[in-house]
Design a protein around this ligand. Structure first.
Ligand code: FMN
Length: 211
């Protein structure tokens, strides 16, 4: 017997709790953006993924703050149309979590927390120096889905990676000790370097079960 839950009968908070515990794991974008004065903002977003390669679409799910105003990340991307997705390895996980605290607009999390920044190449916001991978992105469009939620589509235009992580000839990736950490739910994370892995080659032709 399976159990059905009508999501339309739940409050938004209950839906959040339930769905983020079911759709796991989620990758984490530690997003750096810049404001008009050039101050760098950093904040994590786990409503995040890659949705294709032509264009190379990256999507962020941005929730408005309790007072109905946009978070600094969304405001900054709307101002400058650019952002950087830094990926988070376990050695910088705590720093990432620290940047999720509430900081006033114009307060720079990297400055206040002493996180080192390095200039990007194709976009204005800098990247976090200690992130193993940083993806430079340009905003394509934003979709406002409700008073609390918008979705932002960006195009990935450049990648920085720690020396040795990407083979520049074959483009093969060797994460070594820098695998990104995944978010499970609430404040739970998972290290994908420790999971059991196996490969299942895709069949070349469709199989049909005999009846
Ligand atoms: C691991 C993690 C993932 C998060 N994911 C999201 C998210 O997908 N969308 C969102 O609106 N807030 C998310 N948050 C909360 C924001 O990081 C938090 O509201 C932050 O203060 C926003 O900062 P900003 O105003 O500088 O953009 C997440 C927090 C953590 C710790």
């Amino acid at each position: 017997m399976s159990h059905h839950i009508d999501l339309d009968e739940l409050s938004a908070n209950e839906r959040y709790k339930l769905l983020t515990a079911l759709v796991i794991p989620r990758p984490i974008a530690w997003v750096t953006t810049a404001d008009l004065e050039g101050k760098t903002n950093a904040a994590p977003y786990s409503f995040f993924n890659l949705f294709g390669q032509n264009p190379a679409v990256i999507i962020l799910g941005l929730e408005q703050k309790a007072d109905g105003t946009a978070k600094d990340t969304e405001n900054n991307i709307n101002l400058l149309n650019e952002f950087v997705v830094n990926l988070v390895s376990s050695n910088i996980l705590r720093n990432m979590v620290d940047t999720a605290a509430t900081y006033a607009p114009g307060e720079s999390e990297p400055d206040l927390l002493g996180l080192s920044l390095t200039s990007s190449k194709k976009v204005k916001p800098p990247r976090l120096t200690d992130a193993p991978v940083a993806i430079e992105c340009e905003r394509i469009m934003s979709l406002s889905l409700s008073s609390e939620r918008s979705i932002l589509l960006g195009r990935a235009v450049g990648v920085f990676a720690k020396e040795g992580l990407i083979d520049s000839t074959t483009l093969q990736v060797d994460w070594a000790n820098d695998y990104p950490v995944a978010r499970l739910f609430a404040d739970q994370y998972a290290e994908i370097s420790r999971i059991r892995r196996y490969s299942i080659p895709r069949p070349k032709r469709a199989h049909h079960k005999k009846r």
